[in-house]
Design a protein around this ligand. Structure first.
Ligand SMILES: Cc1ncc(COP(=O)(O)O)c(C=O)c1O
Length: 442
């Protein structure tokens, strides 16, 4: 079987190195880079750099490439729309792609209640707007968010994000009226019933910190993304929904990383049968082109006055056409089912690695959203961030691009394009396995 990886230079090769020197000169230092190589082309699950090295990409641009890099249908949709027009500002001069994308999102959003949608640019912006809507509709100020959550980097979304380094450090003060509870984390839960433990925290929160009838919304990721691919027990979201209903609190599901088929359902919350009041979508909806959405129950989405939400670039027509092509491809290529199959393959392989390496404390996932958590000692579960970084570096030098996650930076997560072939995935996982099993000098 022909190999996909082709690494002929140490990374970075000479051409990438020359470009990265220019980056050092002109790009602000806080804009960091993960792969020290300059990409010149990409297709499916493969990336090629300026020196001709080809990598298998298990990061998918941080979960944006479920349909793969440069899918010909998406490229065609983008080119054709760009030739027609690139921008009018929908609120000034409307156009069909915006309306069709909202229609399609409403059709696939979970739950029986009729839906409406509004488009934005980034994931952070979608979260901001979901919170604005929830506050205005309920007339309540407070928002409950979870430990380990990531909701973005703008001030409200950053206030909801729960990781100090590198996201929040020195950026305070943050928004007021945000209250935090633990997320059910089966591997690290202090109690065997992680759901029960978190539900107790929520009830306590309403006794000791904020009155429940001042809470507008609970914001949650169905599976923690940046927080380490933490999958809550199956009873968690039904119980959270019941608690939210009891106090007339809105449930906002952030499906920005989990959505568009990644977990083996179109949206991850579908695994629990729960219908959110509002949902945010971005990333893989448009292959990384800047479009995001808030989708929600019609009466909630319609409650604000005209002009209350929006923005110059929101629902850009080129990005909308890309998103419409993505939704077609997801269906035609059966990529939701593919995510489930990839997940089984990944879990089996990660389980085998775990049996061979004491470093792998936990293997978990939902659909193709699979991760391994690395620990220095399986009994104490002390995180192993240095070894995690070393494994990712080793794999990168051998042509496999991986990302870490987790509050303690000790989780290796897979966000592969769903169009990756079995042969490519196996090739990449062979590299990962070697990288885990190779001895560590630290
Ligand atoms: C769950 C979740 N919410 C929100 C965001 C923020 O999205 P963006 O980076 O597009 O602002 C992210 C990005 O990683 C995310 O994973």
């Amino acid at each position: 079987m022909a190999k996909s990886i082709a690494v002929t230079h140490t990374i970075p090769g000479p051409k990438s190195k020359a470009l990265l020197d220019e980056k050092q000169r002109y790009v602000a230092n806080p804009i960091g880079i993960h792969l020290p190589a300059a990409i010149v082309s990409a297709r499916g699950a493969l990336l090629t750099d300026a020196d001709g090295n080809t990598f298998i990409d298990l990061t998918g641009g941080v979960g944006c490439l479920n349909v793969g890099h440069s899918h010909p249908r998406v490229v065609q949709a983008i080119v054709e729309q760009a030739q027609r027009f690139t921008h009018t500002d929908f609120s000034v001069a409307p156009y069909e792609p915006y309306i069709r994308l909202c229609q399609r999102l409403c059709e696939i959003a979970p739950g029986p209640r009729p839906k409406k949608a509004a488009l934005f640019n980034s994931g952070s912006e979608a979260v901001e707007n979901a919170v604005k809507i929830a506050r205005a509709v309920t007339g309540r100020p407070a928002i409950v968010a979870f430990q380990g959550a990531f909701h973005g980097r703008t001030y409200m979304s950053l206030s909801l994000t729960s990781q100090v380094e590198p996201y929040k450090k020195n950026f305070g003060p943050f928004m007021s009226e945000i209250y935090r509870v633990p997320f059910p984390y089966p591997y690290r839960s202090p109690e065997p019933d992680a759901t029960h433990w978190v539900m107790q925290h929520l009830e306590e929160l309403f006794t000791s910190h904020v009155q429940a009838d001042r809470v507008a919304a609970i914001v949650a990721e169905p599976v923690l993304g940046e927080g380490g691919f933490v999958v809550p027990p199956p009873d968690f979201f039904p119980k959270l929904r019941a608690l939210a209903d009891r106090y007339r609190i809105l449930l906002i599901m952030d499906e920005i990383q989990t959505g568009i088929g990644r977990t083996g359902k179109m949206f991850a919350i579908e695994h629990s049968g729960v219908e959110p009041d509002l949902m945010t979508v971005a990333k893989s909806i448009a292959v990384g082109l800047p479009v995001s959405a808030v989708i929600g129950a019609r009466e909630i989405m319609d409650a604000l006055p005209e002009g209350a939400i929006g923005g110059t670039y929101v629902g850009n027509p080129v990005a909308c056409q890309a998103a419409l092509a993505v939704l077609d491809i997801m269906k035609e290529e059966n990529l939701v089912a593919r995510a489930a199959a990839l997940g089984e393959r990944l879990l089996a392989r990660f389980g085998a690695i775990q049996r061979r390496s004491a470093l792998v404390g936990d293997v978990r996932g939902l659909g193709a959203m699979v991760a391994m958590e690395l620990v220095k000692d399986r009994r104490t579960k002390e995180p192993a961030p240095i070894e995690t970084g070393e494994i990712i570096r080793r794999a990168m030098q051998r042509g496999v691009l991986l990302l870490r996650a987790g509050l303690y930076s000790n989780v290796i997560r897979i966000l592969t394009p769903l169009v990756i072939t079995d042969a490519q995935l196996d090739e990449a996982l062979d590299v990962l396995e070697d990288a885990v099993l190779q001895p560590f000098t630290t």
